[in-house]
Design a protein. Structure first.
Length: 161
């Protein structure tokens, strides 16, 4: 499950924040990071809001006083938090509310992305359909818009910074 998270996070963030200056490539990175926990056997800290919030705080502290740097790197924690919504992680109380619901909830069972079977295929197809819609909506059929997205992570069709 990659397309659903990458495209879903970018579309949601673009439509909510309407910021032409946010690096959507970093939103994608943040949205895909929790999938890597499949390599270690279960949902760990990347599937918790606590990690997303800690990453957000780190970006704000490390880049304090540098607004453009903050805006660029905010894509990673925003992508991490978008993943939780798109994944339905909020339905797993132990993981979602870690560490408040107990410290032993992490690493138990498969990550939600790989525990869906047919639903996962449906979500990937939905991600492809959403991607086709976004391609047109954000003007990525124009070479200059694609170049801005690939080189800078910007969706120029948003028009606001």
């Amino acid at each position: 499950m990659f397309v659903w998270f990458a495209v879903g996070a970018v579309v949601a963030v673009a439509l909510v924040f309407e910021s032409a200056a946010m690096d959507m490539r970093l939103v994608m990175v943040g949205a895909l990071l929790p999938v890597a926990e499949g390599l270690v056997g279960g949902p760990w800290v990347l599937h918790t809001p606590a990690f997303g919030v800690a990453t957000l705080a780190a970006v704000m502290l490390v880049a304090r006083g540098r607004r453009l740097v903050q805006r660029r790197w905010l894509g990673v924690p925003i992508g991490l938090l978008a993943h939780l919504v798109l994944d339905g992680t909020w339905a797993d109380t132990g993981v979602f509310w870690w560490p408040f619901a107990g410290l032993d909830a992490l690493g138990d069972g498969p990550i939600p992305e790989f525990d869906r079977a047919a639903t996962g295929v449906v979500l990937e197809v939905a991600g492809l359909a959403l991607g086709l819609w976004a391609w047109r909506r954000f003007g990525l059929d124009r070479p200059e818009a694609r170049r801005a997205f690939l080189r800078e992570g910007r969706l120029t069709a948003l028009g606001r910074s």
